[in-house]
Design a protein around this ligand. Structure first.
Ligand code: G3P
Ligand code: CA
Length: 253
């Protein structure tokens, strides 16, 4: 055992940059992921879609319109076509940034850091995901799959059993009992809940009793008071647009 242990393994809170350090850089870009490491994040979260040519692209929306120079559904384009587009950020088109492929993001995950890959599609993406993850040099311990989609979670865990899988919930339509039941049904490893759930010590304890750690998304720049409260409740990881602020707000460990 040495200095390369993942923070979650040594009981410290894991700070996960949401779409990279998206409070400071354009979401889901290589620039945002790089900034997350510069800010001391322990992990980055990204969102992924299957392309028309069976590759995986990194962006949040199923359509190109909000964050790129393109228009229409991601799935209608090949990866090469997607990578000709520019990233739209703060009403400007960026000259030097495009939609990353999953491989490009995997290539900038440093030793000892994790990547939370949020699948935004159905299970049809899983064969491509397996092909890409099998070919990458990261350790299994560095790769995490998260999704709101129960059938995707089930299929991904079946095909990639050595990777940690966490069930995402916004809390809008689900109770904690339902979240635990769905996590169990998918054979997943943990739960990843919205701050809007809302999170309570009892809820985190219920998860723990079922064998699941609780991760929480998304902490923002107004959450200075909430962060230490979540840690006190037993939450093990925080997904945040502001990894630097979130780290500063942690109680002294
Ligand atoms: O990490 C989970 C969180 O990212 C889910 O919401 O909309 O930001 O993908 P969204
Ligand atoms: Ca996400």
């Amino acid at each position: 055992l040495g200095v390369f242990l993942l923070p979650s393994l040594v009981g410290a809170t894991e700070i996960i940059a949401h779409r990279g350090a998206s409070g400071y850089e354009p979401e889901n870009t290589l620039r945002a992921v790089q900034r997350a490491w510069e800010m001391g994040a322990d992990a980055t979260e990204i969102d992924v879609y299957l392309t028309k040519d069976d590759k995986i692209a990194v962006l949040h929306d199923s359509k190109l319109d909000r964050t790129t120079s393109g228009v229409g559904p991601v799935k209608d384009f090949t990866l090469a076509e997607l990578q000709e587009l520019k990233i739209r950020w703060k009403d400007e088109l960026l000259e030097d940034e495009t939609i990353p492929s999953l491989e490009q993001v995997l290539a900038i995950i440093p030793e000892g850091k994790r990547i939370f890959i949020e699948i935004k599609t159905g299970p049809e993406i899983v064969p491509a995901l397996k092909r890409i993850l099998d070919a990458c040099t990261l350790k299994d311990e560095q790769l995490v799959v998260i999704t709101f989609n129960e059938s995707t979670l089930t299929e991904s865990k079946k095909v990639l059993p050595n990777l940690k899988h966490y069930y995402l919930s916004s809390g809008k339509k689900e109770t904690i009992d339902e979240v635990i039941a769905k996590t169990k049904a998918a054979n997943a490893d943990g739960i990843n809940l919205s701050t809007k759930f809302p999170i309570t010590a009892e809820l985190v304890q219920q998860g723990k009793e079922a064998g699941y750690d609780t991760y929480v998304w998304t902490l923002r720049d107004k959450d200075a008071e909430l962060v230490p409260q979540l840690i006190e409740m037993g939450v093990v990881g925080l997904t945040t647009d502001f990894p630097d602020l979130c780290r500063d707000w942690l109680p002294t460990e």
